[in-house]
Write a protein that binds this ligand. Sequence first.
Ligand SMILES: C[S@@+](CC[C@H](N)C(=O)[O-])C[C@H]1O[C@@H](n2cnc3c(N)ncnc32)[C@H](O)[C@@H]1O
Length: 264
Amino acid sequence: MSKTPKSFGRKSIRASLLPQSLMDETPDLVNVWQARVITLFPNAFPGVLGESLTGRALQEGKWQLHTHDLRHHGLTKHRNVDDTPSGGGAGMVLRADVVGAAIEDAKARQRGNAPIVYMSPRGRPFTQAMARDWAGSDGVTILCGRFEGVDERVLEHYNVTEVSLGDFVMTGGEIAAQAMIDATVRLLPGVLGNAESAVEESHSNGLLEHPQYTRPAEWQGRAIPDVLMSGNHAKIAQWRQEMSEALTQARRPDLWQKHLDKKG
Ligand SMILES: C[S@@+](CC[C@H](N)C(=O)[O-])C[C@H]1O[C@@H](n2cnc3c(N)ncnc32)[C@H](O)[C@@H]1O
């Protein structure tokens, strides 16, 4: 008989309380952009949003993040949140009454004008323009799905917009929510320092960004393009514009066509 304990090989993972404490239900800060996330996995937040620029901005109160645990609205003593799909089929569906109660709770706490969105592979693809819109509102309330998704009626009832991170299927909406919040928060005033401008980035003007270089001047026999070392700012700007256009044309014919249409 093996003496190996049952727990052998299992990792004991204990989430740090430190990043979570960034999101404590602190009093609402006046005029501060708020993300409210409805999720079965509140411990997944702030996740990567607690790091670097977004993390510092969160700590400095330049934006706020609150999670709403879907399980708190679960039914019976088991706090059930899901049920089998009507009409049969694999998997489980998040119940409208449970999700509805969580949305009501988030809505009651959300300030001002904030869209309610559902992370969904069926949704409109997330874009920089959407990030700009969200950054211009008072916040966003994000519903993260799990299993086979959410009962359709709750999406209709609350006029929820479905937004997709891309044409692939993930296990849940939490990673998509973090990606979209990150893209939005960095557009809020005062989050990016002068050194990290969002003005010339990919997608800010409909084009992909030009290539970037830094020291050393030569690496593995490859030199930095001469123009970037010339100190001639007009020539550098022209080179960057040309590279940006060439890259967009080669990699994203869809964006290139839009750019040409805009130019008329
Ligand atoms: C396994 S998926 C459900 C997929 C769903 N049955 C379908 O076919 O459209 C579980 C959850 O992950 C999230 N999710 C999966 N892929 C996503 C994507 N590309 N963008 C945003 N959210 C996604 C959604 O919240 C979804 O409810």
